[in-house]
Design a protein around this ligand. Structure first.
Ligand code: PEP
Ligand code: MG
Length: 325
């Protein structure tokens, strides 16, 4: 099987009826980067910067951050990297950082909320990224954005940092794109404004599903209780893809469901053309894409989503559809 997938490395991810799908890779440490070449992924669609912070004995200095980002960019010279700013808090605790005990950490002070309340930390990280990407393309996205104002505030900080570097004669990225992660359900009712303000959107379905169903993704009692392959989740995800298309902005989905072939099939059917996943998922998802007639999948899933039969999961029907091909 693995050998079969290895053979697919240089095969473009195109459906039987000719739709090209961009398959990107998630990474978090420098050791992940060689998988880019092994898998043939188009780019690093999500670089989780908190990993460096979690394995470090103390808060990484600006120069240490810069060196990591530069090493990542250097090892993927011809492919873009989308860095996500620090996503700590909740389950991702930094032992050296004093935090408050929270009753509900997943609903607490985490990710961009920390970044906006401690802008010095965010600025330092942005500066490290901007310097590391001197002369080349840079994509940065902000995690746990809950409203457009938070995205605007984070974007403002990034643009001020860029202006500061330019003013002081530093080389800066040739192109900078700033994106929002869509993983808090409130954004579903601000999608058009968000898509107008952001250069791209990236759906964090792990968190989005956790917050939609109010089910802790790390609590084994409830984490598997609700199927993301369900009418409410797919309808929500479809709205996000539609908003991106209306605004002419790329929407990538970078949660775990994008790396599971059956879920990925449903995602293609509702309009996703860009998925970012763990390296080991690229082969299986590409094999699915090569075997898929997208037109048929679209018709099938659209009919499922138009039904109101109240079934909590579409998995069986999706599986039957996939096996009947
Ligand atoms: C997500 O929430 O789906 C996501 C990609 O980010 P993380 O799993 O790091 O929260
Ligand atoms: Mg997330």
């Amino acid at each position: 099987r693995m050998e079969q997938y290895a053979k697919l490395r240089d095969v473009p991810a195109v459906t039987k009826d000719g739709a090209g799908i961009a398959l990107h890779m998630n990474a978090g440490l420098i050791v992940d980067v060689p998988h880019l070449h092994e898998t043939g992924a188009s780019s690093i669609g999500l670089f989780r910067t908190e990993l460096q912070f979690m394995v470090a004995p103390r808060f990484p200095r600006m120069n240490e951050q810069y060196l990591l980002y530069k090493a990542v960019l250097d090892s993927a010279p011809e492919r873009p990297v989308t860095f996500r700013t620090l996503d700590i808090g909740s389950d991702k605790i930094l032992p050296y950082m004093a935090t408050i005990e929270e009753e509900n950490p997943a609903l607490g002070w985490r990710a961009i909320r920390i970044g906006l309340d401690r802008p010095g930390l965010l600025r330092m990280q942005l500066r490290a990224m901007l310097k590391a990407a001197a002369g080349r393309d840079l994509r940065i996205m902000f995690p746990m954005i809950a409203n457009v104002a938070e995205f605007d505030a984070a974007k403002g900080i990034a643009l001020r940092e860029l202006a500061h570097l330019e003013r002081h004669g530093h080389a800066t990225p040739s192109d900078l794109r700033l994106g929002a992660m869509v993983e808090v359900p409130s954004l579903l009712w601000e999608l058009d404004t968000l898509a107008a303000h952001a250069d791209f959107l990236s759906v964090g379905s792990n968190d989005l599903v956790q917050y939609m169903y109010a089910a802790d993704r790390d609590n084994t009692r409830v984490a598997k209780r609700y199927d993301p392959l369900s009418t409410p989740v797919l309808r929500a995800l479809e709205r996000i893809a539609d908003a991106g298309r209306r605004a002419g902005k790329t929407v990538t989905l970078c949660g775990e469901m994008g790396g599971r072939p059956l879920e990925a099939l449903a995602l293609l059917a509702i309009g996703y053309r860009s998925l970012s996943m763990s390296p080991s998922s690229i082969g299986p998802v590409k094999a699915m894409i090569l075997a898929t007639n997208l037109d048929e999948a679209q018709v099938f899933v659209a009919a499922l989503l138009a039904e109101e039969d109240g079934a909590p999961s579409l998995r069986e029907k999706m599986r039957e559809f996939a096996l009947s091909r």
